[in-house]
Design a protein around this ligand. Structure first.
Ligand code: TXE
Length: 418
């Protein structure tokens, strides 16, 4: 499979004033809004996401379209007095160039929108390789950009598996790879980008915990855990796969979670993929409390099932004796995407918000539910410093250029001519 970027499209898109580029994104938002139901039905049909969650996913793309369209008139730079007379100093944002967006299957429209929309409004062109498990969703989403009148060659859709992804990563014209997927494949992308001197923005796995302290609103915590652990059958990178509970309320919380989990139906294929890890945990002493939406207790923090991302409807319960111990358990995993704490004590909430090692922290809410106007991403094995969404995305998809204009008519040497 060959990919030939549209260099003419790249030059003309870069030269298009940002407010004009933004007009295409406003139209994308309007079309997404008008086609929300149809697109949600395609997501449900292709990957089995429940209708309400699929609609929520399209809404996320709508929100991102309008948010990033607004950035068309807010690409602020800086002007600052030079240290030398008759000299002007300023900085401006510039596009990186051709961006390769490589995305996972579980959010086939929302996650691509988090990459494509900021990349376009900043003047980049994009080649997008969706997951091979969500190509119908990708075709429908790419059609929205065509219907919005986006010039040919500004957004290119290429389909295929990881080999096509690798080809794009190595393509000489690609300057930035924005990758969402598993840690293993993310590392392959990062190594290739390092060898080739390309920027690489990674959004990888999670092993997200909900901490429940002894003063928590138990009912609220149960709602938040059940939703973030078993919504989307636990197949969000931000899904809760660990409950870290204070020993004083462990029994009451566990009982309440079991009652609720029993009522749920889950993606059986996702659960099946998790069965070997569940059996290993049981051999190591864990106790399976429910099938389907699976809860296990008697799990210690260092067990593999409490460390590794399963990406399915499985959640373990770990008992602790203090906030400090809960924070240590939360932080001692390879991933650092999302954390949550339930407490009604403001000092403990803010202590946790400061000490929890993750890119996102929720207080009195579960681990899922990011909003487009704030940075999204994680630390350690979840990411590599770049963020998506919010103002942070502007830095991921642009370069700074500093411009000095010396109108003195003579040689002036900074730091020397004093
Ligand atoms: O990933 P895969 P999946 C994570 C989630 C889980 C994974 C599930 O935590 O770990 O994604 O998604 C392409 N070079 N997140 O199974 O298999 C592949 O074709 C280049 C985190 O889809 O890694 C697909 O398009 N590309 C996230 C994409 O990579 C390669 C939110 C992902 O595939 C490649 C959602 C290679 N060598 C899911 N190999 C977050 N943190 O925001 C594969 N691909």
């Amino acid at each position: 499979m060959q990919f030939r970027p549209h260099s003419a499209a790249q030059h003309s898109w870069r030269a298009t004033p940002a407010p004009r580029r933004a007009e295409f994104l406003y139209r994308v938002g309007e079309i997404l809004r008008d086609k929300k139901r149809d697109l949600a039905a395609i997501i449900t049909g292709e990957i089995g996401k429940p209708a309400t969650e699929a609609a929520g996913e399209v809404q996320e793309a709508i929100d991102m379209a309008y948010y990033m369209a607004g950035e068309g008139r807010r690409q602020f730079g800086h002007t600052v007095p030079s240290e030398l007379p008759d000299k002007w100093a300023m900085s401006v944002r510039e596009p990186v160039g051709l961006v390769a967006a490589i995305t996972a299957w579980n959010f086939p429209i929302a996650v691509p929108s988090w990459k494509i929309l900021p990349a376009l409004v900043l003047g980049n062109t994009v080649v997008w390789k969706p997951s091979e498990r969500a190509e119908r969703c990708a075709a429908a989403f790419a059609q929205v950009f065509r219907d919005a009148g986006l010039p040919i060659g500004v957004l290119e859709l290429v389909t295929g598996d990881g080999r096509v992804g690798e080809m794009l990563v190595r393509h000489p014209d690609v300057r930035l790879v924005s990758f969402t997927g598993s840690r293993e494949n993310g590392r392959r992308v990062a190594v290739a980008c390092a060898e080739l001197g390309k920027r690489c923005a990674l959004e990888l796995g999670g092993k997200n915990a909900v901490i429940v302290l002894d003063d928590a609103d138990l009912e609220l915590a149960v709602d938040g855990i059940i939703w973030s652990a078993f919504g989307t059958s636990g197949q969000r990178c931000t899904s809760c796969s660990r409950v870290v509970v204070h020993k004083a309320i462990r029994q009451a919380l566990t009982q309440a979670l079991v009652e609720r989990a029993k009522e749920l139906s889950v993606d059986e294929a996702a659960l099946k993929r998790c069965e070997p890890a569940i059996l290993d945990a049981i051999k190591a002493g864990a106790r399976r409390l429910t099938t389907g939406a699976t809860l296990l207790d008697n799990v210690t923090a260092q067990m593999p099932i409490a460390q590794e991302e399963l990406f399915g409807p499985v959640c373990v319960i770990i008992e602790v004796g203090s906030l400090e111990e809960a924070i240590t358990v939360n932080n001692n995993v390879p991933y650092g995407l999302s954390s949550s704490i339930y407490t009604q004590d403001v000092s403990r909430a803010f202590t946790a918000a400061r000490e929890l090692s993750s890119g996102i922290v929720y207080v009195n809410a579960g681990t899922t539910g990011s909003e487009v106007q704030l940075p999204f991403g994680g630390v350690r094995s979840t990411g590599n410093g770049w963020r998506e969404a919010g103002q942070a995305a502007l830095d991921t998809f642009s370069e700074w250029k500093t411009i000095y204009v010396d109108y003195s008519g003579r040689l002036q040497r900074a730091q020397i001519d004093r």
